[in-house]
Design a protein around this ligand. Structure first.
Ligand SMILES: Cc1cc2nc3c(=O)[nH]c(=O)nc-3n(C[C@H](O)[C@H](O)[C@H](O)COP(=O)(O)OP(=O)(O)OC[C@H]3O[C@@H](n4cnc5c(N)ncnc54)[C@H](O)[C@@H]3O)c2cc1C
Length: 442
C-alpha cells in the first residue's frame, strides 16, 4: 500500500509540504489535505486591500492544481481532534481520516484586545481573506481608519490604507510603536517619519471600551479624549491554532514542540509554520517565528522527511522586514538581546539607523532603518540578514563596523557569507555560489 500522508492546513507551510512530497515521490504516495479555507497567501492580502491585485490572485493552489498533484481534499472542513494512538483525525463533520504520517500546519489567528465592544461588527481584524474583504468594503477615500496595535501586521497594511486616500491613526498601548520589532531609537525615527507623512500616532494609549456611534466606532481611553473611527482595525496580536489538539498528547508550549526534523512528540506527526515551536537558528532555542520564510522552510523540510528523506533543519531566522511610506524597517535575529555587545549608528538627517548586536566577532542580531530610495539601505537589508543567518566570524571587520556601522559592504564581501549561504539548499542539495570579489581589506 502506498504511504498515506495527511496535511492539515493549506497555508504556506501545508502547501510547501505537499509540493515537496510530490517533488520527492513523483506521485507515488497518497496525500489528503484538510483545510478550513481555500488555499491562499495571507502575505499578499495588503495588495488585495490596495487593489493592486484582484481577489482571484490571492489563491495559491486551485482545485485543478491540487488534482494535478493527486491530492484528495477536504476544503472548508476543520480538524476537530487528533488521536495519534489510532493514527486518526476527526473532522468537524464527524468524518475520520486515517494516516501513516501527518503534518499539522493550522497557522494562527488574530486576537483582539480584551475590551468591551471588541466584538462589535464594526471592529475588524486583518488576518484572513474574509476579514480582508470586510475591510476592503469599509474603506473609502477620506475615511478615518484607526488601527489599534502598532506592530508588524499593522505596518504591513499601513501603505495600503493610505493609498486608498484614508486618514490613519495608530493607537499603541506600549510607550512606542513597533515594540517587538525595533528598539527605542529605531521606533522614534519611524514615528517621526510617519508623522511627517500624515499618520497620527498615539502611544501609551490604553483603550478601555469601544462603542457603536451612528455607524462609526467610538474609542474610549483610560486617559485623553475619545477617537471616532469610520473603520477600526485591531492588530493586537495572533495566537497559534492549537485548541483542537487538547487531549491528543502532543507536547505544546507556545506552539507544538518539534525536533530538528520538524517531528512533534509523536514521531509520525510533524508540525510546521506559525503553529510550530522549532529551533531558532541564532539562539538554538525553541521559538515560534510566525513569518512566511519559516513556514516555507518548515513545510519543505517536513515534506522531505515525510517522503522518506533524512533532512535536518538548520533553524529559522527571526526577521521582520516592512516598508512604510518609502522607509525600510527591518530587524533580524536576537536584535533585542540585553546581554549582547551592540554598536549603533544614527543619521537623523537621512532617517537612517543601524544597530548591530554581537557575540564575540559574530553578528547575532541587527536593526536597519533607512529610506527605501537609498541604494545602500536596500542592499544592506540583504547583507545584514546574510551575516546574522550565517553567523560568520567577522574578525578585524568588527572594529571597522564599530567605526563605520553604515558601511557594511566591504565587511560582507570579505566575510564570504554568500559562499556559506549558497552551498546547500534548504533540503541539503548542492547549489553553486556566484563569483564574488574577495580581495578587500579594512
Ligand atoms: C496581512 C498579513 C501580512 C503579512 N505579511 C507578512 C510579511 O510581509 N512577511 C512575512 O514573513 N509574513 C507575513 N505575514 C505572516 C504570514 O502570512 C504567516 O506567517 C504565514 O501565513 C504562516 O503560514 P502557515 O502555513 O503556518 O499558516 P497559515 O498561512 O495561516 O495557514 C493555516 C492554514 O490552516 C487552516 N486551518 C486553521 N485551523 C484549521 C483547522 N482546525 N482545521 C483545518 N484547517 C485549519 C487555515 O484555513 C489555513 O489553510 C503576514 C500575514 C498577514 C495576515
Amino acid at each position: 500500500m502506498p504511504p498515506r500522508h495527511l496535511i492539515i492546513g493549506a497555508g504556506t507551510a501545508g502547501l510547501n509540504c505537499v509540493r515537496t512530497i510530490r517533488e520527492e515521490d513523483g506521485g507515488a504516495s497518497e496525500i489528503t489535505l484538510v483545510a478550513a479555507e481555500r488555499p491562499y497567501s495571507r502575505m499578499v492580502l495588503p495588495y488585495y486591500l490596495d487593489r493592486s491585485i484582484a481577489e482571484s490572485h490571492v489563491f495559491t493552489a486551485t482545485a485543478a492544481t491540487l488534482a494535478t498533484w493527486k491530492v484528495k481534499t477536504h476544503i472548508g472542513r476543520k480538524a476537530a481532534g487528533l488521536n495519534p494512538q489510532a493514527n486518526a483525525l476527526t473532522l468537524d463533520d464527524g468524518t475520520t481520516l486515517e494516516y501513516d504520517d501527518c503534518l499539522i500546519a493550522t497557522g494562527s489567528r488574530a486576537v483582539k484586545a480584551p475590551v468591551p465592544g471588541a466584538d462589535l461588527p464594526g471592529v475588524h481584524s486583518f488576518w484572513t481573506l474574509e476579514q480582508a474583504r470586510a475591510v476592503v468594503a469599509g474603506i473609502a477615500p477620506g475615511s478615518h481608519v484607526v488601527m489599534v496595535g502598532a506592530g508588524f501586521i499593522a505596518f504591513t497594511i499601513l501603505n495600503s490604507i493610505l493609498s486608498l486616500g484614508a486618514r490613519l491613526t495608530l493607537v499603541e498601548i506600549a510607550p512606542r510603536i513597533l515594540p517587538r520589532m525595533v528598539d527605542d531609537a529605531g521606533a522614534a525615527l519611524v514615528e517621526t517619519w510617519l508623522k511627517k507623512h500624515g499618520v497620527k500616532i498615539l502611544t501609551g494609549a490604553t483603550l478601555v471600551r469601544i462603542e457603536e456611534a451612528r455607524g462609526k466606532q467610538r474609542l474610549r481611553f483610560k486617559k485623553g479624549p475619545d477617537l471616532l473611527a469610520d473603520l477600526l482595525i485591531m492588530a493586537t496580536g495572533i495566537k497559534p491554532n492549537l485548541e483542537w489538539l487538547q487531549g491528543s498528547g502532543i507536547r505544546m508550549n507556545h506552539g507544538i514542540l518539534v525536533d530538528d526534523h520538524l517531528r512533534a512528540s509523536v514521531p509520525n506527526v510533524y508540525a510546521a509554520g506559525d503553529v510550530a515551536e522549532g529551533k531558532d537558528g541564532v539562539t538554538g532555542l525553541p521559538a515560534v517565528h510566525a513569518i512566511e520564510p519559516t513556514a516555507m522552510e518548515h513545510g519543505r523540510v517536513a515534506g522531505a522527511n515525510m517522503a522518506g528523506r533524512d533532512v535536518t533543519y538548520r533553524g529559522s531566522l527571526n526577521m521582520n522586514i516592512v516598508e512604510v511610506c518609502r522607509l525600510d524597517v527591518a530587524s533580524f535575529g536576537a536584535w533585542d538581546d540585553p546581554n549582547a555587545e551592540t554598536f549603533t549608528g544614527l543619521r537623523p538627517e537621512r532617517s537612517a539607523y543601524r544597530k548591530l548586536c554581537w557575540s564575540g566577532d559574530r553578528l547575532t542580531g541587527a536593526i536597519i532603518i533607512g529610506q527605501a530610495g537609498d541604494v545602500w539601505t536596500t542592499n544592506d537589508v540583504g547583507m545584514l540578514k546574510g551575516l546574522v543567518q550565517t553567523a560568520v566570524r567577522l574578525g578585524v571587520w568588527k572594529e571597522y563596523l564599530r567605526r563605520n556601522p553604515f558601511d557594511l559592504k566591504p565587511a560582507f564581501i570579505a566575510s564570504r557569507a554568500t559562499g556559506q549561504l549558497l552551498p546547500q539548499t534548504i533540503l541539503g542539495r548542492p547549489s553553486r555560489a556566484p563569483e564574488i570579489p574577495t580581495t578587500v581589506s579594512p
